[in-house]
Structure formats: C-alpha cells, structure tokens
Design a binder for this molecule. Structure first.
Ligand SMILES: [Mg+2]
Length: 173
C-alpha cells in the first residue's frame, strides 16, 4: 500500500509549540485541553492573535518541534511493510523546507528523501491511505482518509479517526 503521512499535528507537535511559545512570551498558562475544537490563535485575546499567526514564519519553529508520541516506532514498522511517504504542505512557509528536511533526517532517517513530499496542494496525492489532521486534505483524497486527532479537530466526526499512533498501529500493522 501507498501511505501518505502528514507532518504537523501528526508526527510533529506544532500545536503544543504554539502554546509553549505563547505562554512563555505572554506569561500565560493555556493548556491544550482548553483549546478543543479551536485553532490555537482562537484561544487568545484578539490583540495577540497576529503574534501567533507569525510563529510559523520564525526561523527555528519547525526545526524545534517535538515528536508526537509513538510516531517514530510505528512509522518505522509501517515503512518496512508499506510504501510510506511523508506529505507536508511545506510551501506555505518556504523557510520550513530546510528545517523539515533536517527534522526528518534527525527523527525519521529511515524515510529516505525519495519518500518525502514537501508540497503545496495535497489534492494531487494518489495512493491508498492518507493520515492527516485537516479536513481540507482528507476530503479530496480518493483512498482511505484517516483523521489524526489534534486539539483543533476534536469536533469533526466525518472521518475515520486515529487518536494516537497506537491506534494507527492497531489499524495498519
Ligand atoms: Mg497537519
């Protein structure tokens, strides 16, 4: 099977990074559990929202993301049995290309460059499975769409779901 795996919110914890940066810079104590069903910028006062939107344009943002728990182990196993591709709409933030490539080298060295798609629109992807946290990517996909749970998508109920990488292992290994 050809399996596409998104980066942010699926293997890299961008949502928590937004929270950590905001809490540090604004002296706040917001927790992810308070943000369910919302983008993180929707959880802060309007005057602070632009600051959050700019996080992803900062140097180092994507390089310093923490792993989503279990993603390394399960992806390594999956990539032994299937044709696994990382698929990230990285072109939205051009400076992220290098950082994402370096990040993958560090944490997912078993996924070679030939299996890394840093792209624009994901509608062009043709394969069997797409694991992603965004409806806009999962909806047009022709194969099996699996929504990976992130604070912002907890209220969406139109897709098959994986809450954790253990769920992915249970489904696909
Ligand atoms: Mg994502």
């Amino acid at each position: 099977m050809v399996i596409f795996v998104d980066m942010d919110e699926v293997i890299a914890d961008a949502y928590q990074a937004h929270i950590d940066i905001y809490n540090k810079e604004f002296g706040a104590e917001i927790r992810a559990e308070e943000c369910l069903g919302k983008e993180f910028w929707q959880c802060v006062p309007e005057a602070h929202q632009q600051s959050i939107r700019n996080h992803t344009r900062r140097d180092g943002f994507f390089k310093n993301l923490k792993l989503i728990e279990g993603s390394q182990e399960v992806l390594e196993e999956l990539s032994r049995k299937h044709d696994v591709y990382i698929a990230s709409a990285a072109m939205e933030f051009p400076q992220s290309l290098r950082e994402k490539s370096d990040w993958l080298d560090e944490f997912f060295p078993f996924i070679p460059w030939q299996n890394r798609i840093l792209c624009g629109n994901k509608h062009v992807l043709k394969g069997d499975i797409l694991i992603d946290d965004r409806s806009k990517n999962l909806e047009p996909f022709d194969g099996r769409s699996i929504m990976f749970t992130s604070p912002h998508n907890t209220h969406v109920n139109t897709f098959e779901r994986a809450h954790t990488w253990q769920d992915i292992a249970d489904k696909l290994l």
